[in-house]
Design a protein around this ligand. Structure first.
Ligand code: PMV
Length: 324
C-alpha cells in the first residue's frame, strides 16, 4: 500500500483559567473547564506518514530521534488513531517547534493538536473541529484548546464525547499580546501528567475546582466585553490558586523561580500604576505577560530592564490547527 502522509501546524496556548487535575486521568477528563488564547507566533509543525516498511512507530523532534517516555506517549496516541480508522500500519512522526520545549510554554498542547490533525488525516479520516479537539485531548489535555482558533474554552464535559474545546472569540476579536519571559529553558523535572494525578492531595484543590465556574464566567464576560482589567484580575487570581494547589500537593511542586516571583510583583505594581498588563504561569518558571497590543511595544523594553531577564518571546494571538 502507498505511503499515506499529512502535515499540520498548531500553536501552543496560554490559559487564563487553568486546568489542573482530572476526573479521569486516562481519558484526560478535567475536573474544571478552562479558557486560553492561542499563541500565533509560536508553532509546531508535524508530519505523519503511515508506511509498510516500518516495524514500530518512530518520533523525531527538531531533527533528533526520540525514545523513552515521549515516544511511548506518541505511540499510545497513534494507537488511538489506528483504533478509530482503517489504517493499521506503523507511522513516522516528525515535529519541528520554533520555541523551547518543556519550560512552561505548552509545547505538548501544540504537539498533540498538530499530531491529532496530521495523524487522523494521514489515517484517512476527515475529523470535524470538535472531533479533532476531542482526539487531541487524549494526548495532552490542554491540546484540545489549541485546535479551535483564537480564544478557546475547554468544556470539561462528563465523558469522552462531551469534553472538547470551542472558540469563544476569533483571533482578531481582541488584539492581545503575550510577552513570554524565559526564566529557564531547562526541561521541567515534573511534567504536568504526573502533576495532574496528584492534584487531589492538595487540601485546596477541592475549593479551587468548586469555585472555577464563577471564574470561567468572569473570564468569558471579560473577553466578550474586551474588559482588560476584569481579565487581568480573574486570570491572576486563577493562576495563583492553581500554583497554591501545586505547592501544597504531595510531593509539592514549586514551578516558580525567584525571578518569576520578582517579575510577577513588578507587573502587579505596574498595573496599579495604570499600565494594562498581568502575569500568568503554567507548569514552569517562565512568566507570560499579557497586555493589549497597543502597549506591548512600550512594555517590552521596560521588561528587558528587569535584572535577570535575558530573553523575551513575543506572540500575538493564533488561529486554529491547520493542515499544510
Ligand atoms: O495539558 P497538560 O497536561 O500539559 O496540562 C496543562 C496544565 C497547565 O498548563 C498548567 C494549565 C493549563 O490549563 O494550560
Amino acid at each position: 500500500m502507498a505511503v499515506r502522509t499529512a502535515a499540520a501546524i498548531a500553536h501552543p496556548n496560554i490559559a487564563f483559567i487553568k486546568y489542573w487535575g482530572n476526573k479521569d486521568d486516562l481519558l484526560r477528563l478535567p475536573l474544571n473547564g478552562s479558557i486560553s488564547m492561542n499563541l500565533g507566533t509560536l508553532h509546531t509543525r508535524t508530519i505523519v506518514s503511515f508506511r509498510d516498511e516500518l516495524r514500530c512507530d518512530t518520533l523525531k523532534i527538531n531533527g533528533k530521534e526520540i525514545s523513552g517516555e515521549a515516544l511511548i506517549r506518541v505511540r499510545n496516541f497513534l494507537q488511538i488513531i489506528r483504533s478509530m480508522s482503517t489504517e493499521n500500519r506503523f507511522a513516522s512522526v516528525e515535529s519541528i517547534n520554533n520555541f523551547p520545549i518543556g519550560a512552561g510554554i505548552a509545547s505538548s498542547a501544540a504537539a498533540f493538536a498538530a499530531l491529532a490533525l496530521a495523524g487522523s488525516t494521514a489515517a484517512g479520516m476527515e475529523l470535524s473541529e470538535a472531533e479533532c479537539s476531542r482526539l487531541a485531548r487524549r494526548g495532552s489535555g490542554s491540546a484540545c484548546r489549541s485546535v479551535p482558533a483564537g480564544y478557546s474554552e475547554w468544556l470539561a464535559g462528563e465523558d469522552d464525547l462531551s469534553s472538547l474545546s470551542v472558540s469563544i472569540a476569533a483571533q482578531d476579536y481582541w488584539d492581545l499580546i503575550d510577552l513570554i519571559i524565559i526564566v529557564s529553558e531547562n526541561h521541567k523535572k515534573v511534567g504536568s501528567t504526573a502533576g495532574h494525578a496528584l492534584a487531589a492531595t492538595s487540601p485546596f484543590q477541592h475549593s479551587r475546582v468548586l469555585s472555577a465556574p464563577e471564574r470561567l464566567q468572569e473570564c468569558r464576560e471579560a473577553i466578550q466585553n474586551r474588559d482588560f482589567n476584569r481579565l487581568a484580575d480573574v486570570s491572576e487570581k486563577d493562576c495563583t490558586m492553581m500554583h497554591a494547589v501545586m505547592m501544597t500537593q504531595k510531593p509539592p511542586l514549586f514551578y516558580w523561580e525567584p525571578l518569576s516571583l520578582e517579575i510577577m510583583k513588578t507587573i502587579m505594581e505596574w498595573r496599579k500604576d495604570g499600565i494594562p498588563c498581568f502575569a500568568t504561569l503554567d507548569a514552569g518558571p517562565n512568566v507570560h505577560i499579557i497586555c493589549p497590543a497597543s502597549v506591548s511595544m512600550a512594555l517590552q523594553p521596560r521588561l528587558e530592564k528587569i535584572a535577570g531577564v535575558k530573553e523575551i518571546i513575543r506572540s500575538n494571538i493564533g488561529g486554529s490547527a491547520v493542515l499544510v
